[in-house]
Ligand binder design. Structure first.
Ligand code: AMP
Length: 172
């Protein structure tokens, strides 16, 4: 984990003043760090019968795809409005820097699915809560929530549903 931490780049005042942005591109471009991320994420869900990993646009697509591949599960994107071509459902929410809407294909998740929702960073939790509500409305058997990084000072975990198991690889 120290190796991954050493590859995370802090970018000050991005995308606006006062934000310290946790840049994971410097992790993903490093073959050893990428391999460790895939392995460590998948170890959290090995015995849980996961059938779909839902990744949140756009940084959640990277870790989410790797996790899905490692688990032998499918991958489902949650995207910004107007990007998904077929029938969608949507949710709006507040985030650390602005308001946003996300969408998922209505047929992406079924009642037989065991789902891991994945994003790169947990900040205020607004994005993940909206994604959780979207997926929940499609009635899967079980939903887990996962991040690579959790910014604990922002207490995002507190707004996520208590009954859901939330994991993160690295806490700051
Ligand atoms: P939130 O809804 O506040 O939890 O914001 C989470 C989303 O915004 C995730 O998709 C992150 O990629 C991104 N994000 C928010 N804050 C940061 C940060 N300090 N560093 C990197 N990404 C961030």
């Amino acid at each position: 984990m120290e190796y991954i931490k050493s590859k995370i780049r802090d970018v000050v005042d991005f995308p606006q003043k006062g934000i310290i942005f946790k840049d994971l591109t410097t992790v993903f471009k490093d073959p050893r760090a990428l391999h460790i991320i895939g392995w460590d994420l998948s170890q959290l869900y090995r015995d849980k019968g996961v059938t779909k990993v839902v990744g949140i646009e756009s940084r959640g697509f990277i870790g989410g795809s790797i996790l899905a591949f490692e688990l032998g599960a499918g991958f489902v994107p949650v995207r910004k409005p107007g990007k998904l071509p077929a029938d969608t459902i949507s949710a709006s929410y507040e985030k650390e820097y602005g308001t946003d809407t996300i969408e998922i294909h209505r047929d992406a998740i079924t009642e037989n699915d065991v789902v891991v929702l994945h994003d790169d960073v947990l900040a205020t939790g607004g994005t993940m809560l909206a994604a959780y509500n979207l997926v929940k409305s499609l009635n899967p058997k079980k939903i887990y929530i996962n991040f690579i990084i959790e910014l604990t000072a922002l207490k995002g975990r507190d707004i996520l549903p208590e009954e859901v198991e939330v994991t993160s690889l690295i806490k700051y």
